[in-house]
Write a protein that binds this ligand. Structure first.
Ligand SMILES: [Zn+2]
Length: 282
């Protein structure tokens, strides 16, 4: 049996934030997930201590996400995320925009890139827009120009106010076709209604990836029975703090009945390829 203990990990989906950033129902959800954050709040909201926590599970790089979703979850600003990640190599801060609330989207994204953002996260179902809406195209243009990945929420969410029609991964068919050099990740792999669609699209488009955060790892092969056939496109993320511990999540991936090389691709190699220089590890 191969020794999987030493595997390097990139977590492509981590939320940070303080209690006051999120609505009470988000705390309630984190509590119900038994998240370590709940019990170790002071420690795990400190950038250095949180980095130690991630490193203890073999995580070498972590994508850190902001959110501007006042209807559904709350507001963790781009500025807060950039400051949290400041000076810490392990963190890859992403930026976000909410097209339902903001104008001048590309100016905002440009500004975040200038300040160190390494990718873009979009929340169509939380913010009520279609990700193939033309108003977003300048954002994809920027992402393509700067070789920054775009992580897009797909599939269900338990948070009230979210509208699932916006989260159909099929909308990303347009984006993937129109921006062939932009790497796009379907967060949560189309959770619920669209596992098959997301899987199919990730095979169809070379630049479209299946990101598996928020899915119980033990069910992964039920959702995607042919996972090995598209193993180069599968990317790990935890969706912390919506999980008890990032460690338990990683262990469950390692225990899947997949080849060691496949597990390495899911946990690390595919993400490293997407992040390019940002993931310089070796
Ligand atoms: Zn998330």
């Amino acid at each position: 049996m191969p020794d999987l203990k030493e595997l390097k990990v990139i977590d492509f989906h981590i939320h940070i934030g303080l209690k006051e950033h999120w609505h009470p129902w988000v705390h309630k959800y984190q509590k119900s997930a038994g998240s370590d954050l709940d019990e170790r709040y002071d420690e795990l909201t400190d950038p250095r201590h949180f980095a130690d926590y991630l490193l203890s599970f073999g995580i070498k790089k972590a994508v850190i996400l902001p959110e501007i979703s006042p209807i559904t979850t709350g507001i963790v600003s781009n500025e807060y995320v950039l400051e949290f990640c400041q000076g810490m190599d392990i963190y890859l801060p992403f930026c976000t925009v909410n097209p339902s609330m903001e104008n001048n989207l590309s100016i905002k994204v440009k500004d975040s890139i200038k300040k160190g953002a390494r990718g873009i996260k979009l929340y169509p179902s939380y913010n009520h827009f279609y990700p193939n809406d033309k108003t977003l195209y300048p954002i994809y243009e920027l992402a393509q120009e700067h070789c920054l990945p775009v992580l897009v929420h797909t599939g269900s969410s338990i948070f009230k106010g979210s509208k699932i029609k916006y989260a159909n991964p099929l909308h990303l068919d347009d984006v993937a076709a129109d921006f062939p050099d932009c790497k796009i990740l379907m967060a949560h792999g189309g959770r619920g209604l669209w596992y098959e669609t997301a899987f199919f699209l990730s095979r169809l488009h070379p630049n479209l990836y299946l990101e598996i955060s928020g899915l119980p790892p033990k069910n992964l092969l039920d959702y995607f029975p042919e996972l090995e056939k598209n193993i180069d496109k599968v990317v790990y993320g935890s969706d912390w703090p919506g999980v008890k511990s990032v460690g338990i999540n990683i262990e469950a991936i390692k225990n899947l009945p997949l080849a060691e090389a496949s597990i390495q691709k899911i946990l690390y190699k595919n993400a490293a390829g997407i992040l390019g220089n940002a993931a310089l590890l070796d």
